[in-house]
Every structure is written in structure tokens, then in C-alpha cells.
Design a protein around this ligand. Structure first.
Ligand code: NAD
Length: 260
């Protein structure tokens, strides 16, 4: 379905981003992965994806809290594959604290990584997409782009910002065959939520499993985590021709969280 297309997925060495990168590669796209990790492990990951999906997989280690690293990521992908057809902005970090105690440095980092990097990559990738008359931009927002939760001021502000950015980019490119959408997951079991599971387990005085149940059950009516593969499958659909008229929207994958 995506043979000959070229994709960049930010923050894709782990979790949801890796699920999306694998899903796009499984559809035949060449993929640039990005993120942090042990260089030997990442080389094994890159090579194993190439072997499994028979596509070209490259790796970029840029720290996307820096604007220059975002434009370099797009330029490197264009140099490697000749084009960027699909841009998935997924990189994100979390910090949990009451607003009055929220460290300013954490606020700045979350805004830079979870919101500004999305602007910088989109800004760099759009001219090529516009020249070719085809593009798919997918932003991993969150249910926290649609509703708030206590102790997540920076994360919720950044994710609401991602939803706004998504709408503007979609409108500006509506006639150009470039779609821009935000996927809004509820709880997905990844390293990002592990500290929250551990904190909840300690709070309820139970095992990690009890911590998971308490955390997910509190907000997500299905009481089930989503998987990175679930999100990857939705991203692949958004890249298909059938999704050409889905743009500027938010797609919750949240077990009913935002239906309440
Ligand atoms: P994760 O921690 O498993 O993955 C984060 C990825 O980003 C990793 O590859 C990491 O190396 C990379 N990364 C972190 N900081 C970076 C930086 N400065 N520059 C470049 N790469 C960097 O997290 P995840 O749970 O897979 O989250 C991915 C996205 O999904 C985030 O935007 C997150 O907000 C969003 N999300 C997650 C959940 C969830 O429940 N896990 C729910 C909703 C939304």
C-alpha cells in the first residue's frame, strides 16, 4: 500500500513511535526512525526492521528539543530517500506535578519536545509535500489534547497545542492533497507510563498489576490498555488513499475515556 513512499517517525525507538514505524514499514514505506537508546541496540533494531519488511530503514539520533535537529531530521530523510511523503510527529515526554510545584525547566522541555518540535518538522517537510501534491502528516496528541487531568499542566497544554496546530496545517493544505490529523490515545502501555504505574502501585499499596488496573480503570471505561500496534494500524490507515478526505481531525483511541 505504501511502497515507494518515504516516512519519518519522530521518537520511534520505543513505544508508540516504534509501533507506527513498524506498521508503515510493513506497508512498504521506507522509514527514518529517530530517538534515543543504546547505539548497538538501535542498530540491531534498524537492521531487523529492514530484514523483516524488506524496506530501507535509517536512523537519526537528533535531540528534537532543538529546532535545528528537527529541520536536520527532515533534510537527512530527504537526502536518504529523496522525499518525505509521510511525517509522523510522535516524540513526547511526561512530568507529573501540581502546577505550583511544576519545575520551570520541565515545562520548557515538554513544550519544546511535545509541541514545538511538531511545528519545526512540519515547517521543514511541507514545501516538498506541496511541490509533489501529496502528503500525510500525523501528530500523536493524546486524550490530553481534548481534556485535562490534574498534575499534567505542561503535557495537557502541549497536547492541546498539537490539536490546534493540526487543524491549521490541515486547513492551509486542504486542496493540496496533504492531510494532517491528530491521533489521541488514552492509556498505551509503554515506557512513558511506567513511572505512573509504579507511583500508583505504591499509592494503592499493591503490585504493579494492581497499579495498572487502578490507573487505567480510573479514566478508561474499557479498562484495557491500547498497544503500540493498535496505534500503528490507525496511522497506516490514515496514510492510505481511502483516508484522503480525513483531515484536521482528532481520532481518540481511548476505550471511551472522552465519551464520558
Ligand atoms: P516512549 O517513552 O515509549 O517513547 C518516546 C520516544 O521519544 C522514544 O523513542 C525516545 O527515545 C524519544 N525521545 C524522547 N525525548 C526525545 C528527544 N528530545 N528527541 C528525540 N527523541 C526523543 O513514549 P510513548 O508512550 O510511546 O509516547 C509516544 C507519544 O505518544 C508521546 O507523544 C506521548 O505523549 C504520546 N502518548 C502516549 C500515551 C501512553 O499512554 N503511552 C498516551 C497518549 C499519548
Amino acid at each position: 500500500m505504501l511502497k515507494g513512499k518515504s516516512a519519518v517517525v519522530t521518537g520511534s525507538t520505543s513505544g508508540i513511535g516504534l509501533g507506527i514505524a513498524r506498521s508503515l514499514a510493513a506497508q512498504g514505506a521506507n522509514v527514518m526512525i529517530n530517538g534515543f537508546g543504546d547505539p548497538a541496540d538501535l542498530e540491531r533494531l534498524r537492521a531487523s526492521m529492514e530484514k523483516e519488511f524488506k524496506v530501507d530503514v535509517r536512523f537519526n539520533a537528533g535531540d528534537l528539543s532543538q529546532a535545528d535537529a528537527c529541520s536536520t531530521l527532515i533534510a537527512e530523510t530527504e537526502a536518504a530517500f529523496g522525499r518525505v511523503d509521510i511525517l509522523v510527529n510522535n516524540v513526547g515526554i511526561q512530568h507529573v506535578a501540581a502546577t505550583q510545584d511544576f519545575p520551570v525547566a520541565k515545562w520548557d522541555a515538554i513544550l519544546a519536545i511535545n509541541l514545538s518540535s511538531y511545528f519545526h518538522t512540519i515547517r521543514a517537510a511541507l514545501p516538498g509535500m506541496q511541490a509533489r501534491g501529496w502528503g500525510r502528516i500525523i501528530n500523536t496528541a493524546s486524550v490530553h489534547g481534548l481534556v485535562g487531568s490534574i498534575h499534567k499542566a505542561a503535557y495537557v497544554a502541549a497536547k492541546h497545542g498539537v490539536v490546534g496546530l493540526t487543524k491549521v496545517v490541515a486547513l492551509e493544505n486542504a486542496e493540496a492533497n496533504i492531510t494532517c490529523n491528530a491521533i489521541c490515545p488514552g492509556w498505551v502501555k509503554t515506557p512513558l507510563v511506567q513511572p505512573q504505574i509504579e507511583a500508583r502501585a505504591a499509592l494503592v499499596g499493591g503490585s504493579l498489576l494492581e497499579g495498572e488496573r487502578s490507573l487505567v480503570g480510573e479514566k478508561q471505561p474499557s479498562k484495557r490498555f491500547s498497544t503500540p500496534e493498535d496505534i500503528g494500524a490507525l496511522a497506516a490507515f490514515l496514510c492510505s488513499e481511502a483516508a484522503h478526505n480525513i483531515t484536521g481531525t482528532t481520532l481518540p483511541v481511548d476505550g471511551g475515556w472522552t465519551a464520558q
